[in-house]
Design a protein. Structure first.
Ligand SMILES: *[C@@H]1O[C@H](CO)[C@@H](O)[C@H](O)[C@H]1NC(C)=O
Ligand SMILES: *[C@@H]1O[C@H](CO)[C@@H](O)[C@H](O)[C@H]1NC(C)=O
Length: 266
């Protein structure tokens, strides 16, 4: 068959097969003696796909095996690739999340050090990297800095120049929620999906509700608060449960879908 390439790995304790496979761009299905390795590009594609449609590894593996069969390649085990592919995919996702976390930590660290800022942005002669000038009071919250280090992470010249007051909008951050990713469960002994969960404080939510209510009253009194209609639809008639690893109830997750759909249509 053309296109097939044989690669021999010389394995020793200092260079296990899993590590050598990663070096050449393949993620192994097991740390020791892996029998399947999946290309990092393919895993990245699957990750993107599963963020936009319901994740179904079985369906994906069946399709992939059928696709390979169509090209004359046969998966030569009875059980197929599903279990091993799932392992590779699961740990690939955890690697990606850990990498994000690592990068965020590094960015956070450099953003809080004025000397680093002057190194990374050389053309700021009129903006002395003086940490005292920018008190923590006028800096965006840690949360915003993490979401977008570029927008909120650094020491911005704009914040102290006279044309800009601190209430000017520099960036609008839109958070799109896909709870299906968080609900997805792995193997029983795997760690719970480590995607970070962030809850707004009740005080913040109350303040936002007041503001939205005020604005809505001034425009029209037709729209009711979506929270109230959700409660009526979902909390009234069914016993509410928490799914494992989730901190909000199933009915709220369902309600999210409806308010999301409604917001999308508006
Ligand atoms: C995933 O796909 C398989 C095979 O196509 C199907 O039988 C199964 O119902 C799907 N699972 C979900 C949760 O949709
Ligand atoms: C989400 O809401 C829409 C519109 O109400 C509905 O058609 C769809 O089936 C819902 N999806 C899920 C996964 O509940």
């Amino acid at each position: 068959m053309t296109g097939l390439r044989h690669v021999d790995l010389t394995v020793c304790p200092c260079a296990p097969a899993a590590l050598q496979l990663l070096w050449i761009g393949y993620f192994p299905c097991a740390p020791l003696g892996p029998t399947l390795a999946v290309s990092l590009q393919l895993l990245s594609l699957v990750r993107q796909l599963f963020m936009r449609m319901p994740p179904n590894t079985s369906a994906w593996c069946e399709s992939f095996e059928a696709y390979l069969a169509g090209m004359g390649y046969k998966v030569d085990t009875k059980e197929g690739i599903r279990r091993r592919f799932s392992n590779a995919y699961h740990w690939y996702c955890i690697l990606e999340l850990s990498l994000d976390e690592y990068v965020q930590q590094k960015l956070q660290k450099s953003a809080s050090l004025p000397s680093d800022f002057s190194l990374s942005v050389p053309s700021t002669s009129h903006c002395p990297p003086n940490g005292d000038v920018l008190s923590s009071r006028i800096r965006p919250s840690e949360y915003l800095q993490q979401r977008c280090p570029l927008c909120f992470g650094g020491y911005s010249c704009q914040m102290k120049s006279t044309q800009h007051s601190s209430s000017d909008i520099d960036a609008i951050v839109c958070i799109d929620a896909c709870f299906t990713q968080k609900r997805r469960s792995g193997q029983p002994d795997d760690p719970i999906n480590p995607t970070a969960t962030v809850f707004l404080s009740p005080g913040d939510i109350y303040a936002m509700e007041c503001e939205v209510d005020g604005l809505q009253k001034s425009r029209s009194s037709v729209q009711r608060r979506s929270g109230q209609s959700l409660k009526r639809n979902h909390l009234g008639n069914e016993d509410d449960v928490f799914e494992e690893g989730m901190r909000i109830t199933t009915s709220v997750l369902k309600g999210c879908n409806e308010s999301f759909t409604a917001a999308d249509e508006r």
